[in-house]
Design a protein around this ligand. Structure first.
Ligand code: SF4
Length: 464
């Protein structure tokens, strides 16, 4: 950890009274969950949430570096706050998350107005690190460290759906991915700690939990545990059976799966366990085996297709979503078309797409056969058009169906509608009948007849 005493107090006098905070989160669900925990720590310290960013006494950016544009976005935000700091020297500026881990101390040199740069593994130590800042130091905390069990009382954005981290980091070495170098080695939380967090959420009237991990199928690999019938216990499947009886929780989700480790036993558990929702997010990344080998993904298209067949043989209506990368170094037109073909063959409910972006400390970034930006744009445009068509076609299976919707709130764009999701994770809007009898609360599950299907959302009417 770097602690540098500020040379000239006059330049940036420190104000230790507690004030207001603002957190901006970039990137994935794990970052969202981490930001909720940091907000919890700040509020425990006595900070209050600012109404807007430019009023806050402490501004924290929880950053992403999965692609270059995510990284560049942070610098534009930082530039604005750095200017503000010259007018308001007491402002505290914090950069957390994956970009902080990737850049570390060099970020303090690039943006000298920064007070704290902290990697995702140092999250539980936020209070101590801010203590060092209040003592007049500029701090960079990015060394690999053991993530102790989380004691923070997260300040959750939703009052009914809770994110629950179960494993941090990733031991895979996908040749395009920066995650292992910024989030570190796999560290699974103990099942009883996870269950007590879920129990606490249930006590606070939460109805749904989403278990999170970069490679969630790796859960438990690093935990000491017995081996039964040649199989390691403490796997994700064991965890699902273990947490299933928490009263009050009605829906259990998990993400992100890895086809290399996705087991039949897990599919069976999802089929048997009522609360586990029929939605699987299983990134395939490419539809071509040579490219998958170059990506070091560790599975073939045949294996991937078998996983989907196994899921659909037990849960034909399950929703399957995925991630895909186009224009990976050396990807030929034909190999790219294999990706389009896989999307059509499987008929995904949704595919998150991205053009390959070279990332620091990743093998593929230095390969000479990089694809041009023009071709990247073309392929991304075409694959997004295809995904829109296949997702809409897939969503049409809900038409005239009665679906159970967990109410998450009002439609921010149309207040005469409530919004929620099906068990298959389809965002659904429901017109509120304007007769007085109908009362609802967040977290209620209501039956809705679907009458409109769009690529990425549904609309329905309440079954009265
Ligand atoms: S499994 Fe691969 S793509 Fe996913 S986080 Fe790990 S290294 Fe990255």
């Amino acid at each position: 950890m770097l602690t540098k005493t500020i040379k000239d107090e006059k330049e940036f006098p420190k104000d230790s009274t507690i004030g207001s905070y603002w957190i901006t989160t970039f990137g994935c669900q794990m970052n969202k969950a981490d930001s909720e925990r940091m907000a919890g720590t700040l509020e425990k310290m006595g900070y209050t949430k600012a109404d807007e960013e430019l009023q806050a006494d402490l501004v924290l950016y929880n950053t992403c570096t999965i692609r270059d544009n995510a990284e560049q976005k942070v610098y534009s935000f930082l530039g604005r706050q750095a200017k503000r700091k010259h007018k308001t020297p007491s402002l505290k500026l914090v950069v957390a998350g994956c970009l902080a881990q990737q850049e570390g101390e060099s970020l303090l040199r690039r943006v000298p107005e920064l007070d704290l740069v902290m990697g995702p593994q140092h999250l539980n130590n936020l209070e101590n690190l801010l203590g060092k800042v209040d003592a007049g130091n500029q701090v960079a905390a990015t060394e690999e460290t053991f993530i102790s069990e989380d004691i923070t009382n997260a300040r959750r954005e939703s009052s009914i759906c809770g994110w629950v981290n179960i494993i941090y980091g990733c031991n895979e070495r996908c040749s395009y991915c920066v995650v292992p170098s910024v989030r570190g080695k796999e560290q699974s939380r103990y099942p009883n700690a996870i269950k007590s967090e879920i129990q606490k959420l249930a006590n606070d009237n939460f109805k749904e939990v989403t278990l999170l991990g970069q490679n969630i199928d790796a859960y438990g690999r690093d935990l000491p545990g017995t081996t039964k019938e040649g199989r390691k216990e403490n796997t994700l499947t064991d965890l699902l059976y273990y947490i299933h009886d928490v009263e009050g929780i009605r829906r259990i989700r998990f993400a992100t799966s890895h086809p290399r480790y996705f087991s039949k036993r897990l599919i069976q558990a999802c089929y048997e366990l009522d609360k586990v929702c029929e939605h699987f997010h299983i990134p395939f990344q490419s539809g071509n085996n040579e490219i998958l080998k170059l990506m070091a993904r560790g599975y073939t298209i045949d294996k991937y297709k078998r996983i989907i067949e196994n899921i659909r043989s037990l849960m034909p209506n399950a929703s399957i979503t995925a991630d895909a990368i186009v224009a990976f170094p050396g990807e030929s037109e034909g190999q790219y078309r294999d990706t389009l073909k896989l999307i059509s063959d499987i008929g995904f409910d949704q595919v998150m797409t991205a053009a390959y972006s070279p990332r620091p400390n990743t093998p593929a970034a230095i390969w000479h056969n990089q694809i041009s930006e023009d071709v990247k744009k073309e392929r991304l445009k075409e694959i997004n058009e295809l995904v829109e068509i296949t997702s809409k076609k897939r969503n049409e299976r809900y038409l005239d169906n009665i679906e159970s919707i967990l109410i998450e709130g009002l439609n921010p764009k149309k207040s005469s509608q409530i919004m929620g999701r099906t068990r298959t994770n389809r965002l659904t809007f429901v017109e509120i009948p304007n007769n007085s009898e109908f009362n609802f609360s967040l977290g209620d599950e209501i039956d809705v007849r679907i009458n409109e299907a769009r690529p990425f959302s549904l609309t329905g009417e309440l079954c009265l």
